[in-house]
Design a protein around this ligand. Structure first.
Ligand SMILES: O=C(O)CCC(=O)C(=O)O
Ligand SMILES: [Fe+2]
Length: 394
């Protein structure tokens, strides 16, 4: 589907140097329409069943007790041991409140942030200013939504040419191994881009709760971008300027049903996020998220009222590779289902993103090209098990 000659043919120039518009790194028009081949197939006269095509929700598979479909099974060892008993990670913890202080403890916390993001790319955020009771409510509403009967959730089903809405892992190629997850994906910011037809009204408080959650997290993301710049002795707005005032925020409600074969199936395949920053509210009882650090997978410990924050590829680009966009995955569980809510914070649509000047010198030459609309095609690379960031390396 992706050919480097086509990618090159579509490369275009906005001033100097060249800007990679990633929406053009695919064949056909820069939308999902051209890629949802299997979706179109489904709507037609194909004799293949929904399950064979991989468009049955995972929850339906579980309910109907179908044998585990081949399409979910990893047959090679590229993904490492799918083991839920790996060691717990000693993940950095960052006190968000302290980052703003100009006192020595504030300076110390900035240094902790710099170190966390350059060696791990992720941390658990505490003292972030959001009430624990509110986070409990967000979790509760998420759980109520994901546990609604299938027919109710299907009212928000993703259209075949859309990325937003409710559905299973998006099927982009015939040989893709599917993730054991169903999800609702929504754009929450800019507000005028919300597709309200996908926004549930049951639970009744869903819309207002998610609006408030996104509003809180937007402020945290902006403060963090400033702190990240200060931690590198840069002018505090240098990342924010690339992020823009109309930054994109997308919510992904992840539902991982119980899986009969956690040794063969992944909840979410290994990936690094295409965002600038991702903020995850993890399941309060069931582990599953794992990060790859120094070539070893490790389990993320549950910290009930912390926010799990990782940087995505776009911060790796802006920081000229100093901050690392970490690879992570989710394993499945045969006894418990798991729920999480990830919010992806990405630069405003059309904004050019590139390594900031102050981080390029003779010792550290520019590592990434200028890019825009990085997020749009992120999923096509992701589904093919490729790292999109490799496409924009100098
Ligand atoms: O379920 C999780 O804890 C993480 C989800 C995640 O990595 C993602 O949605 O990109
Ligand atoms: Fe992720």
């Amino acid at each position: 589907m992706l050919s480097s000659s086509i990618a090159l043919a579509h490369m275009f120039i906005v001033g100097q140097p060249q800007t990679f518009d990633l929406t053009l790194l695919i064949t056909g028009p820069p939308t999902f329409t051209s890629l949802a081949i299997t979706g179109d197939d489904m709507a037609g006269t194909s004799p293949r069943t929904k399950a064979e095509l991989g468009c049955t929700s995972v929850q339906e598979l579980v309910i109907t007790g179908d044998d585990l479909p081949e399409r979910y099974i990893y047959k090679d060892s590229d993904y490492g041991v799918m083991d839920a008993s790996l060691p717990l990670m000693n993940m950095p913890i960052i006190d968000i409140g302290r980052l703003k202080s100009s006192s020595p403890t504030g300076e110390e916390e900035l240094e902790n942030l710099r170190s966390a993001l350059s060696s791990w790319g992720c941390f658990q955020a505490i003292n972030h200013g959001i009430e624990s009771s509110f986070l409990d409510k967000v979790r509760d509403v998420t759980k109520q939504l994901l546990e609604l009967p299938m027919e109710e959730k299907q009212r928000y089903s993703r259209a075949p040419d859309d990325i937003e809405g409710y559905g299973n892992d998006m099927v982009l190629s015939d040989n893709q191994t599917l993730d054991w997850t169903d999800r609702l994906f929504l754009t929450v910011n800019p507000e005028d881009q919300r597709k309200l037809n996908y926004w549930p009204q049951n639970p009744e408080v869903f819309r207002e709760t998610m609006h408030e959650h996104a509003t809180n997290l937007r402020l945290i993301a902006e403060d963090l971008l400033k702190a990240m710049a200060r931690s590198l002795n840069l002018e505090e707005n240098c990342f924010l300027n690339q992020y823009g005032d109309a930054a994109i925020m997308q919510l992904r409600f992840n539902f991982y049903p119980r899986c009969p074969r956690p040794d063969l199936v992944l909840g979410l395949k290994p990936h690094a996020d295409g965002s600038a920053i991702t903020i995850v509210l993890q399941d309060i009882e069931v582990e599953g998220l794992q990060f790859l650090k120094d070539d070893q997978w490790g389990r993320v410990p549950i910290m009930p009222h912390a926010l799990l924050i990782n940087v995505g590829d776009q911060i790796e680009i802006m920081s000229n590779g100093i901050f690392k966009s970490p690879v992570h995955r989710v394993v499945t569980n045969s006894k418990r289902e798991r729920i999480s809510l990830a919010i992806f914070c990405s630069p405003e649509s059309g904004k050019e993103v590139e390594p900031v000047e102050g981080l390029i010198d003779d010792k550290r030459p520019r590592l990434y090209k200028k890019v825009k609309n990085y997020v749009d095609t992120y999923f096509q690379y992701y589904q093919q098990g490729k790292r999109p960031i490799d496409a924009v390396k100098v």
